[in-house]
Design a protein around this ligand. Structure first.
Ligand code: PLP
Length: 399
C-alpha cells in the first residue's frame, strides 16, 4: 500500500516505544511498576454511571446532534459560567469524543500550509503531530526547570510572526504540572493584545487538578478582550475520572465552532449518547469530589517528589497541578551503569530504569525537552514508595 504523504509528517511517539518495551518485559514475567498513567484512577462518579443506566432504560441511545445534545450544551454553558466566568451562547459550544477530538477539529478547520502554531514546551506529545497533520508548522517555545517550565511574555512575543495562527496553551500542563497564575496569564494576555491576528486554543483538561490551594484561571477569563479569539477546550476525562466515556467540549467564536462541527460531521458525527449523558450528570452534579480527589493526588505527589529528589543525580520541583512530576536526570547523564552501558540521553536513562529495576517512566524527549523524564503519581501509594526506592537504588548504582 502507498500511504498518504500526510502519514510521514509524524513518527511513532517515543512513549509508544517505551510502552512496547514494558509489554515485552511483562510478557517475560517481570514485575514492572508503572509510573506512566495518563489518567486518574478514581471511579467515575456514581451519578454519572446511573445517568447512563437510565438513558439505556429509556432507550435514548440513537445518534446525537453533531454539536452535542441540548442537555450537554446547556451543562457545558453552565459549567463555563460557574467555574470560569465565561458566558458562551449555545451555538458557541462544541462537543466531541474527548477534548482531543475537539482540539483536532479546531486545528483541522483553521490551519493550512504555512500557518504557524506556537506550542510552549515541554508539551503534550499530541500537539505537534496534530498541527502537522493539519498542514501547519509547530513553533516551540521551550522552558526548563529554571523557568518553572513556563513561557515568559517576551518569549511569546519573540515567537509571534505574521504567520502565527494559534497559541496552543495548556495549564496545568502535561507533562510538567506547571500552572500559570492569574498574574502570569495577564502578562501573556498583554502580549496577545498587541497581536490581534493570533488566536488562542487553550486546553484546560487539568483545570481541577491543582494543588496547595492554587486557583485556576483561563486566558479568556483573565482578559475578556481575548474572548472573541479564544477556543477554550476541556473535558470530563481528568476532572471526573471519565476518560473512557470520551466526552470533551469547547467554547469559542461562533464561526470557528460551526466549522469544527462541520469537520466532525464527516468524521465521527455526534459524540456518543452514553458519554454525553454521563458528562451532563457529572457537570451538573455535586462538585465536592473534585477538591477531595485533588487532595488525594496531592498526597501522592508529595510521596513521589520526596523519593525522586532524594535520588543521586535527579532534581525536581513540586508540580502545581496535573498528575506528573517532570524530573531532571542531568546528573545521571554520562554515567556508567553496572552492565557497562553509558547513559547518554534521557531515553537511555528511562530504559536503564526499566531494565535494571523494573520502573517505567517516560523520557523527556517525548515532550520536547531533555534530559528529563515524566513520572506519573497516579499509582497506589505502595507503588510510589517502592518505585521511588528502586529509582534511588538504580541512581546510586551509576558510577
Ligand atoms: N490534553 C492533554 C494535555 C492531555 O494530557 C490529554 C490526555 O492525556 C488530553 C488533552 C485528552 O483528553 P481527552 O481527549 O480524554 O479529553
Amino acid at each position: 500500500m502507498d500511504f498518504a504523504p500526510r502519514m510521514s509528517r509524524f513518527k511513532p511517539s517515543p512513549s509508544q516505544i517505551a510502552s512496547a518495551r514494558v509489554r515485552d518485559l511483562q510478557a517475560e514475567g517481570r514485575d514492572i511498576i508503572k509510573l506512566t498513567a495518563g489518567e486518574p484512577d478514581f471511579p467515575a462518579p456514581d451519578h454519572a454511571k446511573q445517568a447512563v443506566i437510565e438513558l439505556m432504560d429509556r432507550n435514548e441511545i440513537q445518534y446525537t446532534p453533531v454539536n452535542g445534545t441540548l442537555a450537554m450544551r446547556q451543562a457545558v454553558r453552565a459549567k463555563f459560567k460557574r467555574d470560569n466566568d465565561l458566558d458562551y451562547a449555545l451555538d458557541q459550544i462544541a462537543v466531541g469524543s474527548g477534548s482531543k477530538q475537539v482540539l483536532f477539529n479546531a486545528l483541522m478547520a483553521t490551519v493550512s500550509s504555512g500557518d504557524e502554531v506556537i506550542i510552549p514546551g515541554p508539551y503534550w506529545a499530541s500537539y505537534p503531530d496534530m498541527v502537522k497533520l493539519a498542514g501547519g508548522t509547530p513553533v516551540f517555545v521551550l522552558a526548563g526547570q529554571n523557568e518553572k517550565f513556563k513561557m515568559r511574555p517576551e518569549e511569546l512575543d519573540a515567537a509571534i510572526t505574521a504567520q502565527t495562527k494559534w497559541l496552543m496553551f495548556c495549564s496545568p500542563s502535561n507533562p510538567t504540572g506547571a500552572a500559570y497564575s492569574q498574574l502570569e496569564l495577564r502578562a501573556l494576555a498583554d502580549v496577545l493584545l498587541r497581536h490581534p491576528h493570533v488566536h488562542v486554543l487553550t486546553d484546560d483538561v487539568y483545570e481541577h487538578l491543582l494543588f496547595d490551594g492554587r486557583e485556576f484561571a483561563t486566558l479568556a477569563q483573565v482578559e475578556p478582550k481575548l474572548f472573541d479569539r479564544t477556543v477554550t477546550a476541556n473535558s470530563v476525562s481528568k476532572a471526573y475520572s471519565m476518560t473512557g466515556f470520551r466526552c470533551g467540549y469547547a467554547g469559542g467564536p461562533k464561526d470557528i465552532i460551526a466549522k469544527m462541527s462541520n469537520m466532525q460531521s464527516q468524521s465521527t458525527a455526534g459524540a456518543g449518547a452514553m458519554g454525553q449523558a454521563a458528562a451532563v450528570a457529572a457537570l451538573n452534579g455535586p462538585q465536592e469530589l473534585l477538591a477531595e480527589r485533588a487532595a488525594n493526588l496531592q498526597r501522592r505527589r508529595d510521596i513521589l517528589f520526596e523519593k525522586l529528589n532524594a535520588a543521586v543525580g535527579l532534581s525536581c520541583d513540586l508540580p502545581d497541578g496535573a498528575m506528573y512530576i517532570f524530573c531532571s536526570c542531568a546528573g545521571a547523564i554520562g554515567k556508567r551503569a553496572p552492565d557497562g552501558r553509558i547513559i547518554e540521553t534521557d531515553t537511555d536513562f528511562t530504559m536503564y530504569l526499566l531494565d535494571a529495576v523494573g520502573v517505567a517512566v517516560v523520557q523527556g524527549e517525548a515532550y520536547g525537552l531533555s534530559p528529563y523524564f515524566r513520572a506519573s503519581f497516579v499509582a497506589p501509594e505502595a507503588d510510589l514508595i517502592r518505585g521511588g526506592d528502586l529509582i534511588q537504588q538504580a541512581c546510586a548504582a551509576l558510577s
